[in-house]
Design a protein around this ligand. Structure first.
Ligand SMILES: Nc1ncnc2c1ncn2[C@@H]1O[C@H](COP(=O)(O)OP(=O)(O)OP(=O)(O)O)[C@@H](O)[C@H]1O
Ligand SMILES: [Mg+2]
Length: 228
């Protein structure tokens, strides 16, 4: 059974998939058997045959050269660009958390280092109906995962990063570090943001990622040591 780590973000579009691809690539380039899993993708486009394309999983599979059947990297794919709980309602296809747990465990068996990406931010409802109310935070807690928080390096990140980490602590989810995306070295505010998020939370910024970065500037062994 391999180790795993969860990637959340301060919101949707902050770059979780982009950064996750660099993480998995770094581990694989250092010779480790590293894989990817995401429970639910929404806003999926369709191919020429009308089949839904699991964008995030396709991107990581290709960028990190996992070489896996993409359908095994994700459990639910919805076309609407809305929260998974709403997409599930629209499609009458609610997330079955036993299936998610099974798919996650099966991915853990196939890889030594499994990186699981969240949908949206950490407060993201996955299922909200008469039978079950489950958020992403509940799922991460249930799976017993530790997390890395991907945040935008720019204006507003102190607020969103500190709030995200406070919520993770409230839900007793261990936070291993922060990754600041869209970082511009030397930028006065971004350099201050980098210091302030750590001062205000006690959580280290493990790496910064510049625009169009092709590599994660972090030691592969240090990265691997974060997996549990
Ligand atoms: N460092 C970067 N350099 C260049 N482009 C980036 C970078 N980070 C993110 N992007 C681009 O920004 C967009 C959003 O990033 P991404 O898809 O990784 O966000 P996300 O947090 O995974 O979103 P979602 O919540 O939909 O899963 C993508 O088009 C991605 O290629
Ligand atoms: Mg994504």
């Amino acid at each position: 059974m391999g180790k795993s780590l969860f990637i959340t973000g301060t919101g949707t579009d902050v770059g979780k998939t982009y950064v996750t691809a660099l993480i998995v690539k770094k581990l694989r380039d250092s010779g480790k058997k590293a894989g990817y899993y995401k429970a639910a993708i929404s806003g999926a486009e369709r191919d020429g045959q009308g089949e839904l394309l699991p964008g995030d999983a396709l991107y990581v599979n290709e960028t990190a050269r996992i070489g896996e059947q993409t359908s095994r990297l994700v459990s639910y794919v919805y076309p609407e660009a809305v929260s998974p709980h709403l997409a599930a309602k629209i499609n009458s296809l609610p997330i079955d958390f036993q299936k998610v747990a099974r798919d996650f465990q099966s991915a853990r068996e196939r890889y030594d280092y499994l990186t699981m990406e969240g949908s949206g931010g950490i407060v993201c409802p996955l299922r909200w109906d008469d039978q079950e109310r489950m958020g992403l935070d509940d799922l991460v807690h249930k799976l017993g995962l530790s997390v890395l928080v991907v945040a935008h390096a720019g204006l507003g990140t102190i607020n969103s990063t500190v709030l995200t980490i406070e919520h993770l602590r409230l839900r007793e989810i261990p936070v291993k570090g922060i990754l600041l995306n869209h970082f511009h070295p030397g930028d006065l505010m971004e350099e201050d943001n980098r210091r302030m998020v750590t001062e205000m939370t006690g959580v280290p910024v493990l790496a910064v990622i510049q625009e169009n970065a092709a590599e994660l500037e972090m030691d592969a062994e240090v990265l691997a040591s974060l997996y549990e």
